[in-house]
Design a protein around this ligand. Structure first.
Ligand code: FES
Length: 63
């Protein structure tokens, strides 16, 4: 992510920064989709959203 204000999900106008924050809070792909609406349009952002959630799980998961 170069710019957190850059759109990740163009269909639902979600930025990288918004989705990274949600991923860190929710640590669950389905919940991030429900809350943000990302990935509910064309689906082309799904890979990147999943990657954000996986990265957040790897660094933020509580034991
Ligand atoms: S870019 Fe996210 S659903 Fe189309």
């Amino acid at each position: 992510m170069d710019n957190p204000d850059e759109l990740l999900c163009f269909c639902n106008r979600c930025t990288w920064g918004q989705l990274q924050k949600l991923a860190g809070e929710l640590l669950d792909f389905e919940r991030v989709v429900q809350v943000s609406g990302a990935c509910t349009g064309c689906g082309s952002c799904q890979f990147d959203v999943e990657a954000l959630v996986e990265a957040a799980q790897a660094t933020g998961a509580k034991p």
